[in-house]
Design a protein around this ligand. Structure first.
Ligand SMILES: [Zn+2]
Length: 164
């Protein structure tokens, strides 16, 4: 199982190789979060306190990605996606470049600009081919016990009691 230091290392590599030009007025932290069905990752600003005048941006990665059966590229694609939000001024102190974080394909364009579109495409294809199965394995359905209908009449009650 992967630990948070794996995420830190992937984040450092992406920042160094693909996002080196992006100003970083605050710290970017990263950690695994809870296991999620629909969200691969998210980025949020930490709450400012008296001691933390310059709150960090915190990237949270789907807890399911601790499992090595999830390819490393999926985690890299997710981190890169969140760094695009950071560069666009969402959950970061940088000026906002767009009105909405996913406006008109801005993530794909940013990934392309940063030579990361291969990760973007990989994520799309892999998700299409594997995610439903992974979810089935990760969140097994417990079979619901069907309640017996309450009998309304004596004959219905007898019929139910006498059922084999
Ligand atoms: Zn996003």
């Amino acid at each position: 199982m992967r630990e948070n230091d794996f995420l830190q290392e992937r984040l450092d590599v992406l920042l160094k190789n693909n996002f080196a030009d992006v100003e970083r007025p605050n710290e970017i932290k990263i950690a695994f979060g809870r296991r999620a069905k629909r969200r691969f990752g998210s980025i949020k600003m930490d709450r400012p306190t008296l001691l933390k005048k310059n709150p960090a941006s915190i990237i949270t990665i789907n807890g399911l990605f601790r499992d090595e059966k999830i390819p490393a590229q999926i985690i890299e694609a997710t981190i890169a996606h969140e760094l695009c939000h950071y560069a666009h001024g969402f959950s970061s102190p940088l000026p906002k470049k767009y009105e909405k974080p996913h406006q008109g394909g801005v993530i794909k364009r940013e990934m392309k600009k940063r030579d990361l579109v291969f990760l973007y495409d990989y994520e799309q294809l892999w998700t299409k081919q594997n995610w439903v199965k992974i979810l089935g394995e990760s969140f097994p359905q417990t079979r619901r016990v069907r309640r017996r209908k309450q009998p309304k009449t004596l004959s219905q009650l007898l019929a139910q009691l006498l059922k084999p």
